[in-house]
Write a protein that binds this ligand. Structure first.
Ligand SMILES: [Fe+2]
Length: 293
């Protein structure tokens, strides 16, 4: 299936379009072998929630036609465009002083952050300087430092349903999904801004997404399903409905090297992160806001 002209990609990465690949679609997680995580004495094969769908692995470069289909125009905004780029050198240098990449687990990452308040202060100032001109609403806020194992097919899991201190291996992966809260509906999911996620780890990581607004996925389902069936589609179950009805709609993958970022309205599109093939701990910093430029 060809990608539609929907979400656009504003790409300022030095790798240009080489950072992007595309595949032939998705499959139910049970139909594809899951990579095993084996890191510093922790070994497990991640499990998925029953209704999880995953990307196929037949990645290829994009054609000129596909790149044109993603090209941004003047109408780009915080929910219709994925922005890709690199953080400024001064900010990179500041993160270097924290030696986060030497961490082998979540606790070590946070120890390094807590040990050096002046560096955190400096990083926060530089981040504010960097984000302010990109912020539509002038309001943005730190959301989290994310830490994931290397060689994880997909990173998002059902952690909110698990007890504090749970073993990471008991997490269940969500598969490609839309974020969002109970405050949102399919129609309003684009109104809640976007996020910037910066790779602070040593290895490249991957941002996977489907270039459709949630509302377009909904309309596609309406055309495909009976009226009775379609009644059941909601903001929580829409990924499973979409991927089961449109297994041939491609997924796009962005390689995000250290200090590179993506900005995306993750409430408004199907997406996930991946550390497949990596050897080192995955570390990301996420801010919520309404970024566009
Ligand atoms: Fe997500």
């Amino acid at each position: 299936m060809e990608i539609k002209r929907q979400l656009m990609v504003h790409n300022m990465l030095p790798e240009g379009s080489d950072a992007l690949t595309i595949n032939s679609g998705t499959t139910h997680h049970s139909k594809q072998k899951t990579a095993t995580v084996n890191y510093k004495g922790v070994k497990f094969t991640p499990e998925f929630i029953p209704q999880a769908y995953v990307n196929k692995k037949d990645w290829r470069q994009l054609t000129a036609k596909e790149l044109a289909c993603l090209a941004p125009n003047e109408d780009r905004n915080d929910f219709n465009t994925i922005y890709l780029g690199e953080i400024p050198e001064a900010l990179q240098a500041c993160f270097e002083t924290l030696h986060l990449v030497e961490s082998t687990n979540r606790d070590e990452v946070f120890d390094r952050l807590e040990k050096d308040p002046p560096a955190i202060q400096k990083a926060t100032e530089l981040l504010n300087e960097f984000l302010l001109p990109k912020s539509n609403s002038k309001k943005f806020n730190f959301h989290c430092i994310g830490v994931n194992h290397p060689n994880l097919e997909l990173v998002a899991s059902n952690t909110t349903m698990l007890a504090v201190g749970h073993k990471e291996s008991v997490r269940k992966l969500l598969g490609l999904h839309n974020d969002g809260t109970q405050l949102m509906t399919i129609k309003t999911a684009h109104e809640f801004g976007n996020r910037i996620s910066i790779n602070l780890g040593k290895d490249p990581r991957y941002f996977l997404f489907v270039n459709l607004h949630l509302m377009e996925a909904y309309k596609m389902l309406q055309e495909r399903m009976s009226a009775d069936e379609f009644m059941a589609v909601n903001i929580t179950n829409i990924p499973a409905y979409f991927f089961s009805h449109f297994p041939d709609y491609p997924v796009l993958k962005v390689q995000q090297k250290q200090y590179q970022y993506y900005i995306a309205a993750t409430d408004n599109c199907f997406h996930d992160g991946s550390t497949l093939g990596n050897k080192n701990l995955d570390i990301t910093m996420v801010y919520f806001g309404s970024f566009q430029y």
